[in-house]
Ligand binder design. Structure first.
Ligand code: ADP
Length: 366
């Protein structure tokens, strides 16, 4: 395995890659009150950059972002380290967790009119992609002597009712999750498109988002009932003349996971087919919650135990991010509203358990 110092791009890099930092980075973002009915003051207060209080309880995370925080602040907290980790060869995943209406989509994608243009309300994914291409170009120029070349490709899928849909080609059939030693966990037959500029990514995002499914419940007319996973794979190949022309290949992945709303089913008034759907959506989410509990326990006690990754599509697909070779960040979005207090507390407890997990990320190279 390559030492981290020797990883491409790190020789002169004072960036935020810290291999010893193996914990899950947990950020809680409190959204501003809505115009309708949420002006009675927030039930959750930011106390400092890493703590907040709700109902007399104090919680501490890596960062707490409140209504003062901008999309650029979130990019600096999560996006910039993600890019440096990726270029250094680490896999990374970012999860957005929280009840419907808490600000997951706003944080991950941005306001609907701000997806592709440079805009204050542009979200994390387009900002990361834009900056990733800039950094790739910088690195290629800086390491021209090593003939360093990067290649990027993207995929975009949705898990709905425990079924996987290829958002870049919804007619794609037989999408099965597979695992092998060489490729790790992957979705067989999933479209992967090569991208070399932000324009290429923009086309994919427009296509993929237009294929996303939304369903309405009584909580929020446009609530997303599905999980989406947007993945960028970055491969680098370099030939070091100093090493007699030996070529080195590194591959790393960034997964952006926009989870379905975490609200409990009874609050959505789901019935019939919707109830079955909610059950399955909750299967992936409750399984995620179970795994977070188990992994936190294993990290704390050091005792090994069986981890049931395969019990849901989401946890099977993301097993490397959850328990293994990946840097993991959780953005937990909460509403300031009194009516959401119990869901906010449940999100904060989830966030607290996630904080206890230790992952062991290593650089992927051949
Ligand atoms: P979710 O994806 O969790 O269902 P959304 O991201 O759609 O929630 O957010 C709900 C509403 O609140 C949207 O109208 C969104 O634009 C707004 N919103 C969420 N977070 C923020 C924020 N930090 N600043 C401004 N508006 C926000």
């Amino acid at each position: 395995k390559l030492t981290v110092e020797a990883a491409v791009g790190l020789e002169n890099n004072t960036g935020p890659v810290n291999p010893a930092d193996s914990g899950v980075k947990v950020i809680v973002r409190i959204r501003p009150p809505n115009k309708v009915g949420e002006d009675g003051g927030s039930v959750v207060q930011k106390l400092s950059n890493d703590s907040l209080s709700i109902a007399g309880q104090t919680f501490t995370f890596d960062s707490v972002a409140d209504i003062e925080s901008t999309q650029i602040d979130i990019f600096h907290l999560i996006g910039a380290p993600l890019i440096e980790n990726c270029l250094a060869g680490f896999n990374s995943s970012v999860f957005a967790y929280g009840q419907t209406g808490s600000g997951k989509t706003y944080t991950i994608w941005g306001a609907s009119n701000a997806l592709l243009e440079e805009h204050d309300q542009q979200g994390l994914i387009p900002r990361v992609c834009q900056r990733l291409f800039e950094r790739v170009n910088e690195e290629q120029e800086k390491h021209a002597d090593k003939q360093l070349v990067y290649m990027c490709r993207c995929s975009f899928l949705e898990i709905y009712n425990e079924q996987i849909t290829d958002l870049l080609d919804p007619n794609q059939k037989n999408l099965q999750i597979r695992e092998d030693i060489k490729s790790g966990v992957y979705v067989e037959n999933l479209t992967e498109e090569c991208v070399s500029s932000m324009e290429d990514v923009s086309q994919l995002l427009i296509k993929g988002l237009s294929n996303r499914r939304t369903g309405s419940t009584s909580v929020n007319a446009e609530s997303s009932r599905s999980h989406s996973v947007f993945t960028c794979v970055v491969e680098s190949r370099s030939k070091s003349m100093a090493d007699g022309g030996v070529s080195c290949l590194k591959m790393s992945k960034i997964n952006f996971v926009d989870l379905a709303g975490s609200e409990r089913q009874k609050q959505t008034g789901a019935a019939g087919g919707r109830l079955k759907e909610a059950g399955n959506i909750n299967r992936s989410l409750s399984q995620l919650g179970n795994l977070i509990n188990i992994l936190a326990e294993v990290s704390q006690t050091g005792k090994q135990r069986h981890i049931p990754y395969r019990d849901s599509k989401l946890t099977f697909l993301l097993q490397e991010s959850l328990g293994g070779n990946a840097k993991l960040a959780m953005i937990c979005a909460v509403s300031p509203a009194q009516s959401c207090k119990s869901e906010t507390l449940s999100t904060l407890r989830f966030a607290q358990r996630a904080k206890a997990i230790k992952n062991k990320a290593v650089v992927n190279e051949e």
